[in-house]
Design a protein around this ligand. Structure first.
Ligand SMILES: Cc1ncc(C[n+]2csc(CCOP(=O)(O)OP(=O)(O)O)c2C)c(N)n1
Length: 393
């Protein structure tokens, strides 16, 4: 049809409007809180090795978040963000991908880059912005990136990664590759214009991209009830003509099942898929936030009951793939490893100041060189404005 409406048009003869609940969106659940699987639930493809890799990433992420939030409170790093409560959404989805698929994340998805192999040392170098940081210390902590691991560097302005992901997916299609892009974002970021641009463009151009929304209930202090009036983010997918699913984001097996099938669909049909994972940000928005000002302890306690890591752990124990003893040893191992790497990374110097003008142009422009000279003069005069700069100018 020329105006691109449905071929199965229903004709009515009295006025009837659609509203928020005209479409009932089911939510996929596989794993129950006690670690048992729902009757009739269809399991994703998962064996013991995959389950261990997933659980290992969960434990690492929990320990990293606990330790580095503590390091921020001690004044050792300037800023931190946790992924606590959202591990199943991030790890279950990343574990469904091919290593060649490109990840474009928002900022709360460090579990994804860890799953791909980002080392503890690399985490520490980024968090301490030292000379071994892959980003040369130019970014705030938590803005990880790795070309080797196909993980695009985080950028702070919300939602910019959404249309970029559409482009990455489209480029895979143009090259005839069987890879996809996956784009993570919060439900808050879905209020940006870039969300509309990215999803509409992906649908029209048929870009093999998974748009993975972590609906964790809040955009900093703004609850979802004050962000939008629609039925979550999933309701928007069919509006763009995008294959869509809503899933329990605290259920590792449901996220895995949904993303495995979403990826297969995206590759086979050269098409985007939207996944809305219903989850909860158990921690504060960032180290600069205090949630007690906008939500109750009761609400937080209710969500603690749905801890995704605990649920998956119980499933592993039920399968005979993990014991409480092994679990405790994993936590212990990562606590020691992270502390040891932290102590090394915090002592390393920052990058030489000259690197600040590298990497944009093949040869830095005369204006950039002049700015660098002026900056050095300024810093020599006011050394306190650039702490730890000894020998780096
Ligand atoms: C364009 C833009 N506007 C505002 C901000 C400030 N900001 C940072 S995070 C955030 C909330 C985002 O919420 P959501 O997308 O739901 O992700 P969550 O933090 O809950 O994981 C805001 C408003 C920003 N970084 N960029």
């Amino acid at each position: 049809m020329s105006n691109a409406t449905s071929d199965n048009e229903t004709i009515v003869h009295r006025v009837s409007f659609l509203d928020r609940d005209s479409v009932n969106i089911p939510i996929l659940k596989v794993l129950q809180a006690d670690g048992t699987v729902y009757d009739n639930a269809v399991l994703p493809a998962i064996d013991e090795a995959l389950a261990h890799r997933i659980y290992d990433t969960c434990v690492f992420t929990r320990v990293l978040d606990e330790r580095m939030l503590g390091a921020q409170r001690q004044g050792r790093i300037s800023f931190y963000m946790t992924c606590t409560g959202e591990e199943a959404s991030i790890i279950g989805s990343t574990a469904s991908l091919d290593d060649g698929d490109v990840i474009l994340a928002q900022y709360r998805e460090h579990a994804a880059i860890r799953y791909r192999g980002f080392t503890t040392e690399q985490f520490m170098n980024q968090l301490f912005s030292n000379e071994k940081d892959l980003g040369k210390g130019r970014q705030m902590p938590i803005h990880y990136g790795s070309a080797e691991l196909n993980y695009q560097t985080i950028s702070s302005p919300l939602a910019t990664q959404i249309p970029q992901a559409t482009g990455v997916g489209y480029s895979f299609k143009m090259q005839g590759k069987r890879n996809i892009a996956i784009c993570y974002f919060g439900e808050g970021a879905a209020s940006e214009g870039d969300f509309h641009a990215g999803l509409n463009m992906a649908a029209v151009l048929k870009s093999p991209t998974i748009f993975f929304c972590r609906n964790n209930g809040y955009a900093i202090s703004t609850p979802t009830s004050e962000q939008f009036c629609g039925n979550g983010i999933a309701s928007r997918g069919p509006g763009y003509g995008i294959h869509t699913i809503r899933v329990d984001g605290n259920d590792m097996l449901a996220v895995l099942a949904a993303t495995q099938q979403a990826r297969a669909y995206a590759v086979e049909n050269h098409s985007p898929v939207l996944i809305e994972a219903m989850t909860y940000r158990l921690g504060a928005h960032s180290s600069s936030d205090d949630p007690s000002g906008y939500r109750s302890k009761d609400e937080e306690a209710k969500w603690q009951q749905h801890d995704p890591v605990k649920r998956f752990k119980l499933w592993m124990i039920n399968k005979g793939w993990l014991t409480e003893k092994q679990d405790a040893e994993m936590y212990d191992k990562y606590r020691k490893e992270i502390l040891a790497e932290l102590k090394i990374a915090e002592k390393l110097p920052m990058s030489m100041l000259d690197t600040i003008i590298e990497d944009v142009y093949d040869t830095p422009t005369p204006r950039l060189k002049q700015q660098l000279t002026d900056l050095k003069k300024h810093l020599k005069k006011y050394p306190d404005s650039y702490p730890n700069s000894k020998g780096r100018l």
